[in-house]
Design a protein around this ligand. Structure first.
Ligand SMILES: Cc1ncc(COP(=O)(O)O)c(C=O)c1O
Length: 386
C-alpha cells in the first residue's frame, strides 16, 4: 500500500531539514542552542521592500494567476539590474523567466532537458538540489569534486571523455555554497569552451552573487563572452534582500533554455505571486544602501569568527564571498559536528553532508549575531581544552 516511487527512493535525506529537526529537538529539551547550521538570513527584509509589498497586495488586480514568464515590469527591472551592475544585456521578453525561488528553477530545469540515463555534472561538496533535480528527472549525476588544492573549482581534466559525451547539463555555483570559493574569468572562459565543445548546457547558480566582501564583486557568468550561447544563470532575491521566505528568483540567459523552463513551469505552477514581483522591482531598482550595510554586518561576523577560530589554532581560509565559512577540521566531520552539538550545543554542518569531498570540513553559516558568535567561540574553547 502507498509504496513510494523508485525515483523518490533514490533521494538522499534532505540535509538541512535534518539539521533543523535536531535544533528544534534540543530547544524543546530546554537547551540554549547556537546554530551556524542552515544558511537562512536572520536579518529582516528591508522596510522599503516590505512597504512596496504592502502597497502592492492591496491592489486586487495582482490577486489572480500570474502565468507566463513573470510581470514585464519586473523582468525589465532584472534586465536593468544586469545592465547596470554586470554590463550584461538581456532581452526581458525572451531571456528572463521569474521563479518561485531559485531552488524551484534548479529542481525543475532538468525535467525540460534530461531523458532517462542522461548525465549531469554536479559539483560536490555542493547544494543538494542539483543532484536531487537530476534524480527526479531520471538523470544520472556525475560528481565533480571541488578540492582545496584547486581553489574549490572542478578539475575538468579528470572527467572521462565518455562521460562528457553523454552529459546534458553542468551545474556550477559561485560564489559557492558550501566552500565560499569564487570563480575567476579564466575558469569561466575555460568552462564555456569545454561545454561548447561537448554541447553541454551550463546552469550557473548565482544565489550568492551579491554577498561579497571588501568591495570585490564576483565576476558575473553572463558577462563572459559566449555564456549566453549555452547557459542560464539562476538568481534569487533570497540572500541579497533577506527574503528566503518570500520565494522569488529568476532564470536568465539563453532564450531557448529560458523558454523551455517557462513552458515546463506553465504546466506545473502558475507563476510567482505578482505582489512579490512588484516588491522585487523595489529590490532591484531602489537604493542599494541596505545591501551594502548587510555586507558589512556579515563581514564583521566573519572577522569575529575567523579571529576566534585562529585562536583555537585552526588554519582558516578567509571567505571573500557568501555568508559561509568552510573550515578544515582535520578529523571526520560528523564526529566533529556531533561533539560540538552534544558538548556545546553548537550546530554546524558536517562537510560530508555536502558530498564525499566535504569530508574533513565543516560549514559555519554567518546568519547569527555577533554576540552569539563570541559566545560560541568561548564554548568551543572549553570543548577543545577538554
Ligand atoms: C547555492 C544555493 N542555490 C540556491 C539556493 C536556493 O535559494 P532560493 O530558493 O531561496 O532562491 C540556496 C539556498 O540555500 C543555495 O545555497
Amino acid at each position: 500500500m502507498f509504496e513510494i516511487s523508485e525515483r523518490m527512493k533514490k533521494l538522499p535525506p534532505y540535509l538541512f531539514a535534518e539539521i533543523d529537526k535536531k535544533r528544534k529537538q534540543l530547544i524543546a529539551q530546554g537547551y540554549e542552542v547556537i546554530s551556524f547550521g542552515v544558511g537562512d538570513p536572520d536579518l529582516p527584509t528591508p522596510d522599503r521592500i516590505v512597504e512596496a509589498m504592502r502597497k502592492a497586495v492591496k491592489d486586487p488586480s495582482v490577486h489572480r494567476y500570474p502565468f507566463g514568464k513573470g510581470r514585464a515590469d519586473f523582468r525589465k527591472a532584472i534586465a536593468d539590474y544586469y545592465r547596470k551592475y554586470s554590463d550584461v544585456t538581456l532581452d526581458y521578453e525572451k531571456e528572463i523567466c521569474v521563479l518561485i525561488g531559485s531552488k524551484e528553477g534548479i529542481a525543475h530545469f532538468p525535467f525540460a532537458f534530461i531523458n532517462p540515463g542522461d548525465i549531469t555534472l554536479v559539483p560536490e561538496p555542493g547544494y543538494p538540489v542539483y543532484q536531487i533535480g537530476t534524480l527526479l528527472a531520471g538523470g544520472v549525476p556525475h560528481f565533480m569534486p571541488l578540492k582545496e588544492e584547486n581553489n574549490f573549482l572542478p578539475d575538468f581534466g579528470k572527467i572521462p571523455n565518455a562521460i562528457l559525451e553523454k552529459t546534458k547539463i553542468m551545474y556550477l555555483n559561485y560564489p559557492n555554497n558550501p566552500t565560499a570559493a569564487t570563480a575567476d574569468t579564466d575558469f569561466l572562459r575555460e568552462t564555456i569552451a569545454l561545454c561548447k565543445k561537448h554541447s553541454i548546457i551550463i546552469v550557473y547558480d548565482a544565489a550568492y552573487h551579491e554577498i561579497y566582501f571588501e568591495g570585490k564583486r564576483p565576476v558575473s557568468f553572463l558577462s563572459i563572452p559566449g555564456a549566453k550561447d549555452i547557459g542560464i544563470e539562476i538568481h534569487s532575491l533570497s540572500k541579497t534582500y533577506n527574503m528566503t521566505g518570500w520565494r522569488i528568483g529568476w532564470a536568465c540567459g539563453n532564450e531557448k533554455l529560458v523558454s523551455a523552463l517557462a513552458t515546463l513551469k506553465e504546466n506545473i505552477d502558475s507563476g510567482t505571486f505578482e505582489a512579490i514581483q512588484i516588491a522585487g522591482i523595489e529590490c532591484l531598482s531602489g537604493p542599494q544602501d541596505d545591501v551594502e550595510k548587510m555586507r558589512k554586518i556579515y563581514q564583521q561576523r566573519r572577522d569575529i569568527l575567523v579571529d576566534g577560530l585562529k585562536e583555537l589554532q585552526f588554519k582558516v581560509k578567509i571567505p571573500q564571498a557568501t555568508f559561509y565559512l568552510w573550515l578544515a577540521v582535520g578529523v571526520d566531520s560528523l564526529s566533529f559536528a556531533e561533539k560540538l552539538l552534544l558538548e556545546a550545543n553548537i550546530i554546524i554542518t558536517p562537510g560530508i553532508g555536502f558530498g564525499p569531498s566535504g569530508e574533513g570540513y565543516v560549514r559555519f553559516a554567518l546568519t547569527i549575531d555577533e554576540k552569539k558568535i563570541v559566545k560560541a567561540i568561548e564554548k568551543m574553547k572549553k570543548v577543545m581544552r577538554r
